[in-house]
Ligand binder design. Structure first.
Ligand SMILES: Cc1ncc(COP(=O)(O)O)c(C=O)c1O
Length: 450
């Protein structure tokens, strides 16, 4: 029986009248009422397991008591006073904690914003100011955000660019190292890191190294479909950047804050980026982002070249500090790794029975399950992604997909084994029904996705 979404649908119709359509990728017509831990309830009383964490935001889960307590305590003191003009201790405490969790034995400084996008813009400003060079190199298929700087660095789809140009000058995009779909059609074992040779060739022909300020990379590319570059590529990239005085910027907006089983995904590659960008999960749902850079890079921008009236808002900063403390004290990074390994092993087992599951990849609780119409040819099956996620939704599991055919599995890091089991059983039921051609076409009219 289909879910009762009567109350949700009334809000969705009102939303259609007043909310700009460009501010949404359409998945399910459901409205949340309340959330707790790994689960939430909608306006019609339907319960769901949350395998999205609200797009990798709720790493501490819905309404973690410790985060709530910190928010309430700060609200009782004061909500905000602009740090553009005065000073605020919640902001300082948070910056101290961030400098501690970002690895690297050197002096760092932090600037705060409200979204991953504005933080990417901040990183671009810092890199240009420090190197006195204009060029920014990022990767095809990457998503770094939707402000003009972040969007200029992104290269994900026409819809995000059409009609709004010109974007910022000075940006170039190179192929992301993707061993599952190598753009050079090499096999991983014999490729000789041809993708890195291609980057070197680009820099020896049309991209001028001494005019390049930074290479911006998401060390595990989330919206590209959870693509992880070979370690040797990342090592070579770091070396290349150092040799040419190009800064390395790590976009940790989606993969950071413990999600991949380390504080930051660049740690899986032993990288030492010059600038680290974070957002999303930092505030457990309150809007706060941060750019962390070596002190000398931070000092390259003149006062007041990068400030926002609400930067480091006291309530958001208190939530973010509580988020860091919760991740540490509840050992959520370890839990992300353990639960992630469990989920991957369950999904890999399903691969044996269901041809539609073409690949299972990712780290910690950032897992991609790629759905294929033909395993041999690696033909994407976007219809499977729509139908399977819609069926899961109907059965009480909120799971998104991205890159058209990759299931996006990013539950809160507090996930427990029983909830994980229950969720995978729902996914298995949906995959089974899809494989037996039992899922109708209704979902295709409802779900558009990303
Ligand atoms: C890797 C990455 N960078 C940047 C952003 C932009 O963050 P925000 O939506 O908070 O502006 C996102 C958002 O999805 C992201 O996934």
């Amino acid at each position: 029986m289909a879910l009762n979404l009567y109350n949700s649908s009334r809000v969705v119709s009102r939303d259609d009248q007043v909310i700009c359509g460009a501010s949404r990728a359409r998945y399910f017509p459901m409205v949340i009422q309340s959330g707790k831990g790994s689960c939430f309830t909608d306006l019609d009383g339907n319960d769901y397991i949350d395998f999205s964490s609200s797009a990798a935001v709720l790493n501490t889960g819905h309404s973690h008591p410790r985060v709530l307590k910190a928010i309430k305590a700060q609200l009782d003191q004061y909500i905000h006073f602009s740090c553009d003009y005065l000073y605020a201790e919640p902001q300082v405490k948070l910056a101290e904690a961030i400098c501690r969790i970002v690895p690297g034995d050197y002096k760092k400084k932090v600037s705060f914003g409200h979204s991953g996008s504005d933080a990417i813009d901040g990183a671009i400003k810092l890199a240009r100011a420090y190197t006195k060079r204009p060029g920014i190199v990022s990767f095809m298929g990457a998503y770094h955000g939707s402000t003009f700087g972040a969007l200029s660095a992104s290269a994900i789809c026409h819809e995000m660019r059409r009609g709004i140009g010109p974007l910022l000058p000075g940006f170039q995009h190179l192929p992301y190292p993707n061993c599952f779909r190598c753009s050079l059609e090499h096999a991983r074992s014999t490729c000789g890191l041809a993708c890195f040779s291609m980057l070197e060739e680009a820099f020896s022909t049309y991209i001028v190294p001494e005019e390049t300020a930074a290479i911006l990379i998401e060390p595990i590319a989330g919206d590209m479909g959870f693509i992880e570059p070979p370690e040797a590529y990342m090592t070579a990239l770091q070396r290349f950047c150092r040799k040419h005085g190009i800064l390395l910027i790590a976009d940790e907006v989606q993969q950071g804050m413990g999600r991949t089983g380390r504080w930051f995904s660049f740690e899986h590659f032993n990288l030492e980026p010059d600038i680290v960008v974070m957002g999303k999960a930092l505030g457990s749902g309150l809007p706060i982002s941060a750019v962390v850079a070596r002190e000398e890079i931070s000092n390259a921008l003149e006062m007041p070249a990068h400030l926002f009236t609400l930067q480091g808002n006291a309530v958001a900063a208190a939530a973010a500090l509580a988020t860091i403390e919760t991740i540490e004290e509840e050992r959520l990074i370890e839990n992300a790794k353990m639960m992630g390994d469990f989920l991957k092993s369950r999904f890999r087992a399903l691969m044996k029975d269901y041809q539609v599951i073409g690949d299972v990849r990712g780290r910690g609780l950032s897992i991609g399950v790629e759905l294929l119409a033909d395993r041999e040819l690696k033909t994407p099956d976007p219809e499977a992604a729509v139908k399977i996620t819609y069926e899961c939704f109907q059965k009480g599991l909120l799971m998104l997909f991205l890159s058209s055919n990759v299931l996006r599995i990013q539950p809160p890091l507090i996930l427990d084994a029983a909830t994980a089991e229950k969720a995978v059983d729902i996914v298995e039921g949906a995959v089974k029904a899809y494989s037996k051609n039992q899922l109708g076409d209704e979902a295709l009219a409802v779900v558009k996705g990303w």
